[in-house]
Design a protein around this ligand. Structure first.
Ligand code: ZN
Length: 484
């Protein structure tokens, strides 16, 4: 081993050993300057090699990844990272400067204020529009109230960035992305209109509830589990529905319908469902009739009679997360999904995949493939990243709408049998694909690719197969419980 001589600080954070016969890549944790008293260094070498960080030997995972948390002294720290495998060796000295002087406070950029228009503007929604509760933003956009149909005229009171602030009623604001709107004229019939007749009927695979309105109004849907209910709030409507007519003697999913005038201009359609019959729905307009199609629970819940939608996250030019040793999320997602597909097909199910190769369809394309494929239930598979490399945050199952919770619980319970800890069952997840209402759907974040322990599991083809088995078992548990 040659001796290292530290260069003047700041020129280079890394000093490479001349002996490079063994691979050694520093993945993270070696910034030039740091303002915390410790740093977690993650590096990758050949699987089977031995490694030390700062003189302490550390575990090398079967991926070749290794890491340690290193305490720092104020000033320059030289952290020796060494690996060896038989006679082959490599090493790097990391020069990390621990600066104890607090970082100069950066002026927080003031968030763009919401501006109110002097005169309200009228806008009309375009296909694909959705409402947000507030003007918040996160990685996936502000929390969505739900998608709404095109052709709905709304009063915009103001704007913030890419959002209009719209009045849903005298007491209720929401936000609409400007890209899903165009200018419109004020409706001539005032702020609030009367509802007309309802028609309720069994149409074979769905129950259809149609509420006649004089024009298209904004709405918000929600589901409840106990008792099993779908509610649709219509904004700017006052009850004048003197004919709520059920046109077939029996209904497939709906026990009965009702309404409440919950505010002077908010009209709530209540669909009480038969126990265990909540299987998705669709809300939209036909002309100016608000139509709610409530899907019947499939006649048979045997996998051989069902169509299952599968989605491998990312793909094509979107790799997703990349682990320290170089696992690519889009590839491991597809591998797990391919196992799920084979297992489901072996049980006789029909499977509709959003992608079966290295392509990256858009979210709306993925939704279209599932809808047009007539899927009865769907699962999207991703793997997570973020958080500490040295911990094992675990597995997560995410969903948006409450009626998807039983599926999320069933899949989570099975995934925990792999030995992965529970990161969480995540509700109200804002991912566009989870916004679907037409069938039960969940998103599995199998494990954290950024965790060295979980990366090792994910790199193991047998473990990926096990994850797939557990997803299938979770689907089967859900179907069994739903059939009771
Ligand atoms: Zn992902």
């Amino acid at each position: 081993m040659k001796k290292f001589f530290a260069l003047a600080f700041g020129v280079s954070a890394l000093l490479a050993n001349a002996d490079e016969s063994l691979s050694l890549k520093i993945y993270s944790g070696a910034p030039d300057t740091i303002r915390t008293a410790s740093t977690t260094i993650v590096a990758v070498t050949e699987p089977g090699a031995e490694a030390s960080i700062g003189g302490e030997s550390v575990h090398v995972y079967r991926t070749g990844s290794f890491g340690a948390k290193v305490d720092l002294r104020p000033g320059l720290n030289q952290v020796d990272v060494r690996v060896s495998s038989g006679a082959r060796k490599a090493g790097k000295v990391l020069n990390i400067f621990y600066d104890t002087i607090p970082a100069p406070k950066r002026e927080a950029k003031p968030a763009a204020a919401e501006a109110r228009f002097i005169e309200p503007r009228y806008i009309e929604t375009l296909p694909g529009a959705y409402l947000q509760y507030g003007n918040g933003q996160d990685r996936l956009g502000g929390s969505k109230m739900g998608f709404i149909d095109g052709g709905i005229v709304l009063k915009a009171l103001g704007e913030k960035g890419s959002l209009y602030c719209v009045a849903l009623g005298h007491n209720r604001l929401a936000y609409l992305p400007k890209e899903y709107s165009r200018t419109a004229v004020a409706p001539g019939d005032g702020e609030s209109v009367n509802t007309g007749s309802w028609s309720v009927k069994d149409e074979g695979r769905t129950d259809r509830v149609s509420v006649s309105l004089p024009r298209r109004l904004a709405y918000h849907y929600a589901t409840e589990l106990e008792p099993s209910t779908i509610t649709v709030d219509i904004f700017g409507a006052t009850d004048n529905s003197n004919w709520i007519t059920q046109r077939t003697l029996t209904l497939g999913a709906i026990e009965y319908v009702d309404f409440r005038q919950v505010d002077s201009d908010v009209y709530r359609v209540i669909l009480r469902l038969k126990p265990g019959m909540q299987w998705g729905f669709h809300v939209g307009y036909e002309g100016t009739n608000l139509v709610i199609d409530v899907r019947h629970r499939p006649q048979s819940l045997a996998l051989k009679n069902l169509t299952i939608g599968l989605d491998a996250g990312h793909g094509g030019q979107y790799p997703g997360a990349i682990s320290p040793s170089g696992l690519v999320e889009k590839e491991v997602n597809l591998d797990i999904v391919n196992h799920v597909k084979a297992m489901l097909e072996a049980k006789g199910a029909r499977v509709v995949m959003t992608r079966d190769g290295d392509t990256g369809p858009s979210m709306s394309e993925r939704k279209r493939i599932w809808r047009e494929g007539g899927v009865d239930l769907a699962v999207s598979v991703h793997n997570n990243s973020g958080g500490g490399a040295l911990s094992s945050p675990g597995t997560a199952v995410l969903y948006k709408h409450l009626f998807c919770r039983p599926l999320a619980e069933a899949v989570t319970a099975r995934l925990l049998e792999t030995g992965l800890p529970l990161f969480g069952i995540v509700q109200n997840f804002n991912f566009s694909l989870n916004g679907l209402t037409e069938f039960p759907e969940v998103l599995v974040e199998g494990m954290f690719m950024s965790s060295l322990q979980e990366e090792e599991k994910l790199a193991d083809p047998a473990f990926r197969r096990l994850v797939a088995q557990k997803i299938v078992a979770g689907i089967e548990d859900y179907l069994k419980a739903a059939g009771k």
